[in-house]
Design a protein around this ligand. Structure first.
Ligand SMILES: Cc1cc2nc3c(=O)[nH]c(=O)nc-3n(C[C@H](O)[C@H](O)[C@H](O)COP(=O)(O)O)c2cc1C
Length: 362
């Protein structure tokens, strides 16, 4: 880490400001969010006709509706594919909007909802000063509602697209730790900052305007020891997967210990971590109708897309997804909730009971 840490205090967190949009969200009994379908095919490698769409106009209408319904956040993932996306008849996820740019535009047409975008901070030549400046800008456009999901890039194929080689798993987190730490110091510094890190340095750099509430919301998605340590040092929200795979009832057994482990890692550093998880929800009037619809999604599976996506995941080194096989990919998601409105509510309450702060995608 940087030698001059003690002389360069880091930024305050948005949770330390009672009036921040993030603090308002934390008062909710459940944090409810929506995964934006900014990639064609979303999370479901199925050819069953659907109404969701990757276009900006669709996602803008969806976000406005989510805000009107009282959702707390929207979230966009980031990925890099070759022509044809992950393959199949659907060319799964070939079309995709960039999450950072998309949520910046969404921030100007919404008022209350948090907007989180995923950024591969180690691809290409991102510098902490870029993120500090761009982040402060979107923070001001959005009124303190922007959050950054820091990802290090689990896919060697994506790393190669940027002309680099895959960096070893834990070293990526060491780099992300320095990257995020430097951006936070730039957000917090009241004077020019000169820092020499192991991977990045800044010389008399200064960022103003400052973020409205210390710094943007910080998020990372992980299940590995190195990723949890990174989260303990930086994140406000940790995106988790179920260590037991996509089955919701198995998740209820596995998640208490998993959540407790993550929250304890934060507590050891004097920080409170909230965990969020993304169930794919299929909801119809009755359980039977929801199951029938789920079956129709499976029957229309785009096998080529599933095989392509599974191969992509297999090439990567993401620890968090290790327990997830390929059987559920036609519907997709991290865990799945299928049923009537009452069933869905019961399962979401169940997730809260096992220690998640919960968000979902329908
Ligand atoms: C809900 C969720 C969303 C994710 N979104 C992205 C993403 O947009 N882009 C990406 O490259 N990785 C994404 N990941 C993968 C993570 O960056 C990371 O590789 C994965 O969680 C494994 O981390 P670990 O090896 O520390 O467990 C996501 C993971 C989860 C759980």
């Amino acid at each position: 880490m940087m030698a001059a840490d003690q002389h360069h205090p880091t930024a305050a967190t948005p949770a330390q400001f009672a009036e921040s949009p993030f603090s308002r969200v934390l008062q909710q009994p459940l944090i409810l969010g929506l995964f934006l379908p900014i990639q064609s095919g979303g999370w479901s490698a199925s050819l069953l006709p659907r109404t969701t769409d990757w276009t900006f106009d669709y996602n803008a209408a969806l976000t406005r509706r989510a805000e009107a319904l009282g959702f707390d956040l929207v979230f966009g993932l980031a990925q890099w594919t070759s022509k044809g996306g992950y393959g199949g008849i659907s060319k799964y996820r070939e079309d995709s909007l960039d999450a950072f740019i998309t949520v910046t535009a969404l921030s100007a047409i919404t008022e209350r909802i948090l907007l989180i975008s995923t950024i591969h901070v180690l691809f290409g030549s991102w510098h902490p000063l870029h993120i500090a400046k761009f982040g402060a800008t979107i923070d001001h456009i959005s009124g303190g509602r922007w959050g950054m999901n820091v990802v290090t890039g689990y896919s060697p194929r994506e790393a190669r697209m940027f002309g680099g080689l895959q960096i070893e798993h834990d070293r990526r987190y060491e780099m992300a730790d320095e990257f995020t730490g430097m951006a936070c110091r730039l957000w917090g510094a009241s004077d020019d900052l000169t820092l020499q890190g192991k991977f990045w340095s800044v010389d008399k750099a200064f960022v103003t305007p400052k973020p409205l509430f210390g710094r943007p919301v910080l998020v990372n998605a992980t299940g590995s020891p190195a990723g949890i340590e990174y989260a303990a040092g930086h994140s406000d929200l940790v995106f988790i997967t179920s260590p037991a795979g996509h089955e919701i009832d198995a998740a209820f057994d596995a998640l208490p210990a998993h959540n407790a482990k993550i929250k304890a890692a934060g507590a050891r550093r004097g920080r409170e971590l909230r965990t969020i998880i993304n169930p794919m929800i299929v909801c119809r009037e009755t359980d039977r109708e929801a199951q029938r619809y789920h079956q129709a999604i499976l029957d229309a599976a785009d096998r080529g897309a599933i095989d392509g996506f599974v191969a992509h995941q297999r090439d990567g080194d993401a620890v968090a997804w290790k327990a997830h096989g390929d059987t559920h990919r036609a519907l997709g998601g991290n865990i799945q909730i299928i049923g009537s409105p009452q069933t869905v509510v019961d399962k979401l309450v169940g997730l809260k009971r096992v220690g998640c702060d919960v968000r979902f995608r329908a």
